[in-house]
Design a protein around this ligand. Structure first.
Ligand SMILES: [Zn+2]
Length: 161
């Protein structure tokens, strides 16, 4: 079912996404990063730029996908997107529309709670072949707490405490 995707070193690629997350946190953006991998090589890196670009639309996954949009038109089905936080409703939908079928994330987003969303829509459910969380989760949470404590709170608890 997953073909060559079995052999990927998820932990290693998530470390690369975490490097992007830390860069974002250091410059005042939310500490969330992403990388897109094709045949064991990173083809794009992205990070949250909500503050630095003054746009609610530039999430890490969107940034990474935009950086390799033309590559994705040909090769998306063989790509895996690694993101340090579970994709939100915008990013998951964009991942589907970009034809990326494999999603690996570090920290589950309890606020957005996307799993029931995916399961409830046959179009989306059919197009997400792999949805794997918990990879390098501790390091992702650590970065969120350090740089983006409000985001960390919402993601980890599903609401503001
Ligand atoms: Zn998003």
């Amino acid at each position: 079912m997953l073909g060559n995707f079995h052999g990927l070193d998820h932990a290693r690629f998530m470390v690369e996404a975490l490097i992007e997350a830390e860069k974002a946190g250091k410059r005042g953006d939310r500490a969330i990063g992403a990388v897109i991998v094709h045949q064991n090589e990173i083809v794009a890196r992205g990070s949250n730029q909500i503050e630095s670009a003054d746009s609610n639309l530039i999430h890490a996954e969107i940034d990474a996908m935009n950086k390799c949009a033309s590559f994705l038109r040909k090769h998306a089905r063989e790509c895996v997107i690694y993101t340090t936080v579970e994709p939100c409703v915008m990013c998951l939908s964009t991942i589907v529309m970009a034809n990326i079928r494999h999603v690996v994330f570090a920290t589950e987003d309890r606020y957005m709670n996307m799993k029931p969303f995916i399961q409830s829509n046959p179009y989306i459910a059919k197009r997400i072949h792999q949805y794997l969380g918990g990879i390098q989760e501790e390091r992702s949470i650590e970065l969120l707490k350090k740089y983006s404590p409000e985001t960390a709170e919402v993601i980890l608890h599903g609401h503001r405490i």
